[in-house]
Design a protein around this ligand. Structure first.
Ligand SMILES: [Zn+2]
Length: 392
């Protein structure tokens, strides 16, 4: 990968609602373009491609987006690895979501299509649970990535409405909309897929911008995510594409929002979008730099100068390591075996397993996701480690 600093001309209209009324901006210089990527050497990891990021906020629909995204710079191939299902808390959440969807949409004996299925783990879980047939589409799908299963068929490419030739009960789209540059068009594509499926219900899951702003979660802003949705924005973009909203709720301790939809008639009243809440980007921008130095100060106070680690080599952990580069962690711990022995994009910091004896060299461990603290404590106690776990 090159380290070119070029970017396309800045967008002058909102990719969600086409409005020209763009407000605040926040420049984040030279961000690694990919965090969920496996690098086999520290050198390759350090030389990950970088691009500037310019967040803009739409004054009409409230979408916060990267106005200078170079989408071609992000390699969503089979070395892209964003599975989080090596954690019991995460599996519990997936399992609950699968049960809820299976019951609410009577998926037993039915069919489910997933747009952006990753390695296919959630689709497989849901189809097993519901005894349903599954179709998963993702360019980062890896042959043999999910357990062989006669119920589920995977395609390593994007899906189009023409692919839908049978009745589909539910279309799933989890953690995809935050990656899609032309997001207004993407909701219209989802609508066309659901219509081709005979009026399928649609489940969309994505981070909630409210949580990021409320927690000053600077590590949750990174290049792979070109869109940040306040809840009202996600709902409005879906309605604008012709969906009727069935349910909209927070999940996973408020970090994510889950939106359930059904294709309906386009209501002309919602084409004129007006925000109800005030803009949020300015608040976030003001706290960005100070939050970063506060984390470093807390680490130093806790004795991290003797060695410290981040728990989790997912996007949050990698983003943190990059943001805290003036006081870098000794290593990152992750329970995903395919990340162990690899190096973090941007910093080249090594990833080790929770039962690696080197864990003892980090008396302080920073945990980005508070949902995992008790699980991590239990895992480390089993290995005889009792470091100070510092939640963010
Ligand atoms: Zn907009």
């Amino acid at each position: 990968m090159s380290s070119a600093t070029t970017h396309p001309p800045a967008r002058t209209s909102c990719p969600g609602c086409d409005s020209l009324a763009l407000g605040e901006s926040l420049l984040l210089a030279q961000q690694p373009v990919i965090l969920n990527y496996r690098f086999e050497t520290a050198e390759a990891a350090k030389h990950v491609a970088r691009r500037d990021m310019e967040l803009r906020e739409c004054n009409d629909c409230g979408l916060v987006f990267n106005a200078i995204l170079d989408a071609a710079a992000i390699p969503y191939d089979d070395r892209y690895e964003n599975r989080q299902n090596f954690s019991a808390s995460f599996i519990a959440m997936l399992s609950e979501t699968a049960n809820t969807l299976s019951e609410r949409y009577n998926l037993a004996g039915g069919a489910v299509l997933e747009v952006g299925c990753g390695k296919g783990d959630f689709l497989t879980l849901l189809c097993d649970r519901a005894n349903a047939q599954g179709f998963g589409y993702d360019t980062s799908y890896e042959e043999g990535g999910s357990e062989a299963n006669e119920r589920v068929t995977f395609f390593q490419r994007y899906v189009t409405p023409a692919d839908v030739t049978q009745k589909i009960d539910l279309v799933i789209c989890r953690h995809v909309v935050e990656h899609v540059p032309d997001i207004g068009d993407f909701f219209r594509l989802l609508h066309a897929i659901a219509t081709a499926g005979g009026g399928s219900a649609v489940y969309v899951e994505t981070p909630a911008l409210e949580w990021i702003v409320e927690h000053n979660a600077f590590w949750d802003v990174f290049y792979e995510h070109c869109n940040y949705f306040p809840t009202r924005t996600l709902r409005k973009l879906a309605e604008q594409a012709g969906f009727t909203v069935l349910q909209h709720r927070f999940i996973f301790g408020g970090q994510y929002q889950a939106l359930e939809l059904r294709p309906g008639e386009i209501d002309p009243a919602v084409t004129a979008l007006h925000s109800q809440n005030g803009p949020v980007l300015r608040m976030f921008a003001e706290s960005f730099v100070s939050s970063c130095s506060q984390v470093i100060a807390r680490l130093e106070e806790a004795g991290a100068a003797q060695g410290w680690a981040i728990w989790g080599a997912g996007a949050k952990g990698v983003s943190l390591a990059n943001a805290l580069l003036t006081f870098p962690p000794t290593f990152v711990i992750d329970s995903n075996p395919s990340k162990q022995g690899m190096f973090l994009p941007g910093t080249g910091i090594p990833v080790i397993a929770p039962d690696d004896p080197k864990v003892a060299r980090a008396p302080v461990i920073l945990v980005a996701n508070p949902n995992y603290i008790s699980e991590i404590r239990a895992t480390l106690a089993k290995q005889g480690f009792s470091p100070l776990l510092m939640p963010l």
